[in-house]
Ligand binder design. Structure first.
Ligand SMILES: NC(=O)c1ccc[n+]([C@@H]2O[C@H](COP(=O)([O-])OP(=O)(O)OC[C@H]3O[C@@H](n4cnc5c(N)ncnc54)[C@H](O)[C@@H]3O)[C@@H](O)[C@H]2O)c1
Ligand SMILES: N[C@@H](CCO)C(=O)O
Length: 814
């Protein structure tokens, strides 16, 4: 035997009722007791109609006519013409009865709780009677079960208290000889004098639970318009999904804060008898739904779901006069209770100097007045401070039976929120440890729910939101790589990598859902937003997305100057741009400190050796306690390419131009040719070793004539290089005469760093360095005899973009 309950939406239209019929037909092998609500919206209409009548407003008649038509039309639409008349006259009799009551209310001008119960209960009486006839007309033999008479209560009208001993007996007696399918009105009951009462909020669920418990059924199903209790509010978290199995306690905690699929007090009878409750979707009966039972059935999930409530206000009452005086909290709660303010959360520090309560935002004024009155005397003596009120807040709660005694859940919750810039205003956790509740600013709610959903593996994928500035050689290639890998990452790494902001030096473009990378160029080009640094950053902040990463693919000092502000907004920064890390030591250190302080990530692996793992390797050495004694390196991809290809008969300037075309040089090739690029790189490496050096501490001798460096544009620079062809030819000739190759070598030894063009002979490991390769040799305490060597392509868009991609994935996997 099973009990099913269908809510107002499920029985809201004739079409929906046909779906209900199919569900009942499918289960007809078993005896079924089906509780129904009033047709969707009817209870509200009845309430409105009786309010108008009580106010002496004749327009109640119009509303009544609407209620009447709704029921009669449903009969006409559902039942075949030949079997309509019986149902129509039965329905009309009930409606006439209702009309008489309404008239009585109108004439007396009063709506007592008792009369209201009589009126409101009619919604369920009408719907259940029509449904019985409809099912019978469809060939399902169906009885009507008069729950209004079976369920006995006291006389607390509108919210009656059930007398279970007589109720259970009545139910058992009735169902002994009933048909295999019985339709019962939900919500209705009666007192010992057979006067109508109702069961209050969630009444139909309660009726069904009472029946399920009295009949000790195996299954109790609540059919609604969602496929179960969801892991979070699906309007905020697109990856929210139904929870398959959940315990009674978890379900109650989730329902308390927002997941309004069940109203906890109504399921108590089923809970007392350990009857599993299934939440099913009338409109997607094939979905598994949620099973609520005594335990969560072996689920390994620590956190079952997140619940949330918007429009919360925090009241903070503090003052020296509160310490050690027991009556303070009593008086606070008494004042709030008398003002009919429901307290949603409570926190009090053990110092007892303040007490903080969370309430519905609509109750602020009532609370303010009640507290001001209650503590008038203490306020006048400054023993209590004026009430602090903070509004526009939201509650987020993690719910799960298994969180109990599992160390680190709250830490993980706070870290995930903190890393995303969400400040926690108040915290509450009961000793059951089934619920950890935080109060945050409402504007962070969506982000917080998503972050927590991902952090506790309720989401299948972690979303990373990228903001890219600079779409030249490297930036453009990065976009291509991301576009190509998105699907792979989603499937294999469970990372949903999206570019949500893009900018070149002229325009910027945003799409919170992720820019379509098959047409990013058109979108950016045809977009109307002019690129302005401040506006770009402001947009990132306004979008307030979780796991936001700013990627700087420019060579701009101005953009590099933005990092500190970005990091301090809990947004991570990834960049191949060396300017920030090679700026003053103070700035370099500040960026690291800011990232540490705000738990954002600052990754710049591609600053040295492009995609080669130079900085991470160095960091690993240092963190594990090694000490770098010497670094010898070829760190310029473009210079290595230039000197590898500069042979007699080839013009130096042509090779420089070719290095540019291959994407090896900086946007300004003087930066490479002058040695500044290499100076920056060795400076970054020694800083990573812990040396407090400045660029001016690196000694460098340039092989570029001084007048070449005075040029403004790349064309002028190339022209000057051409004018000095002889100088370059003589350099290469001299090297050849010495059986050597030219390399720009960076060295750090004995605390000093230098950069210079060197003739490298055959015996040296740098001699065979081909193409645009870089090589780095680390001599350390552990790598004392043979250096640790890192070698490979050290410039070029593909390898650099790959290095940036790897830094982004490090953030995704952190
Ligand atoms: N090319 C390489 O092999 C390589 C290797 C490692 C690191 N890097 C670094 O990568 C960065 C990009 O190099 P690239 O070769 O792609 O250069 P690029 O000149 O091709 O691209 C830079 C882009 O940034 C844009 N830009 C400049 N200032 C901007 C601003 N203020 N706002 C928005 N956009 C701006 C430019 O319009 C250009 O499109 C540089 O910092 C470079 O040092 C390059
Ligand atoms: N211009 C740089 C790019 C890599 O940082 C080089 O030539 O090495």
């Amino acid at each position: 035997m099973k009990v099913l309950k269908f809510g107002g939406t499920s029985v809201g239209t004739p079409d929906n009722l046909r779906v209900v019929k199919d569900i009942l037909s499918a289960g007809k092998e078993e005896k079924q007791v089906c509780v129904v609500s009033a047709f969707g919206g009817v209870t509200n209409l009845l309430h409105e109609c009786s309010d108008l009548a009580a106010a002496g407003d004749e327009s109640y008649q119009g509303l009544f006519a609407k209620i009447e038509a709704r029921h009669l039309d449903t009969v006409k639409e559902l039942l075949p013409v030949k079997s309509q008349s019986g149902t129509l006259s039965k329905t009309k009799i009930l409606l006439n009865d209702l009309e008489d009551i309404m008239k009585g209310i109108f004439l007396i001008g009063e709506l007592s709780p008792r009369s209201l119960d009589r009126v409101l209960g009619m919604g369920e009486i009408l719907s259940s009677n029509i449904i019985v006839d409809f099912l019978n007309s469809e060939g399902l033999t169906t009885d009507w079960g008069n729950t209004g008479a079976m369920i006995k209560t006291d006389s607390t009208f509108n919210n009656a208290i059930v007398d279970f001993s007589s109720t259970n007996q009545n139910i058992k007696d009735f169902f002994k000889s009933s048909a295999d399918l019985v339709i019962c009105p939900g919500f209705v009951s009666s007192n010992q004098d057979n006067v109508n009462t109702t069961l209050g909020r969630g009444g139909s669920d309660y009726t069904a639970a009472i029946l399920a418990a009295a009949l000790e059924v195996d299954t109790f199903e609540i059919w609604t318009d969602v496929s179960g209790m969801m892991t979070s509010d699906p309007r905020a978290v697109s990856s929210a999904h139904p929870i398959e199995k959940i315990s009674y306690q978890e379900a109650m905690e989730l329902s308390h804060f927002g997941a309004k699929v069940i109203y906890p007090p109504t399921i108590q009878p089923a809970l007392d008898k350990n009857i599993p409750i299934k939440i099913k979707n009338t409109f997607r009966p094939q979905d598994a739904g949620t099973t609520i039972s005594a335990d969560s059935n072996g689920s390994k999930q620590f956190v079952k779901g997140l619940s949330s409530v918007k429009n919360i206000a925090l009241l903070n009452l503090s003052g020296s006069g509160m310490i050690g005086i027991p009556k303070f909290s009593f008086r606070l709660f008494k004042a709030l209770s008398e003002a009919k303010v429901n307290v949603i959360i409570i926190t009090q520090a053990s110092s007892e100097h303040s007490i903080c309560v969370g309430i519905d935002g609509n109750d602020v004024e009532a609370s303010r007045a009640a507290i001001a009155e209650e503590f008038q005397f203490e306020l006048s003596l400054n023993k209590v401070n004026p009430l602090e009120v903070e509004e526009h807040l939201a509650i987020v709660a993690l719910v799960g039976d298994k969180m109990r005694d599992h160390v680190g859940i709250s830490g993980q919750m706070f870290a995930a929120l903190g890393e995303n810039g969400v400040n926690i205003k108040a915290i509450a956790q009961g000793s059951s440890e089934r619920n950890i509740t935080v109060v945050i600013q409402e504007r962070h709610l969506k982000k917080s729910l998503n972050v927590l959903h991902e952090s506790f593996f309720l989401s299948e994928k972690k979303r990373i939101n990228l903001f890219l500035v600079g779409i030249g050689n490297v930036g453009g290639t990065l976009i291509q790589q991301i576009a190509k890998q998105q699907e792979y990452l989603s499937e294999n790494e469970h990372v949903d990598l999206r570019i949500v902001g893009l900018a070149n030096s002229k325009k910027m473009y945003f799409d919170e859902e992720g820019i379509d990378l098959s047409k990013w160029k058109d979108l950016l080009l045809n977009g109307t937003l002019k690129m302005e640094n401040a506006a770009f950053i402001q947009s990132i902040q306004n979008m307030n997305l979780r796991n936001s990463v700013f990627v700087d693919n420019t060579a701009s000092a101005e953009i590099a100057g933005l990092y500190n502000g970005i990091l301090s907004k809990n947004i991570s920064v990834v960049t191949p741009n060396k300017i920030a890390c090679a700026s003053s030591y103070e700035n370099y250190q500040e960026l690291k400190n800011t990232a540490r302080e705000y738990k954002s990530k600052f990754y710049y692996e591609t600053n040295v050796g492009a995609g080669l793992p130079v900085i991470t390797t160095l960091n690993d050495l240092i963190k594990s306690g090694d000490r770098v004694k010497k670094i010898e390196a070829v760190l310029s991809g473009s210079l290595n390419f230039i000197f590898n290809n500069f042979k007699p008969g080839v013009k130096f300037v042509d090779i420089v131009k070719q290095a540019g075309e291959e994407g090896y040089t900086e946007p300004d090739p003087k930066i490479d040719l002058s040695g500044v690029d290499v100076m920056r790189k060795i400076l970054i490496l020694i800083r990573e070793c812990g040396v407090e050096a400045e660029l001016s501490d690196i000694t460098a001798d340039s092989f570029i004539p001084a007048d070449c460096m005075k040029t403004k544009t790349n064309e002028e620079f190339y022209a000057k290089l051409e004018a000095h062809e002889e100088h370059f030819q003589s350099l290469v000739k001299q090297a050849e005469d010495n059986n050597a190759r030219l390399k720009v070598v960076a060295t750090y030894d004995d605390g000093k760093a230098s950069v210079g063009l060197k003739e490298i002979t055959k015996s040296h490991p740098f001699y065979i360095l081909e193409g645009s390769d870089n090589i780095v040799l680390f001599n350390t305490n552990r790598y004392a005899d043979q250096p640790l060597v890192i070698k490979g392509a050290g410039a070029g868009a593909a390898v650099t973009a790959m290095g940036i991609f790897a830094d982004i994935m490090r953030i995704a996997n952190s």
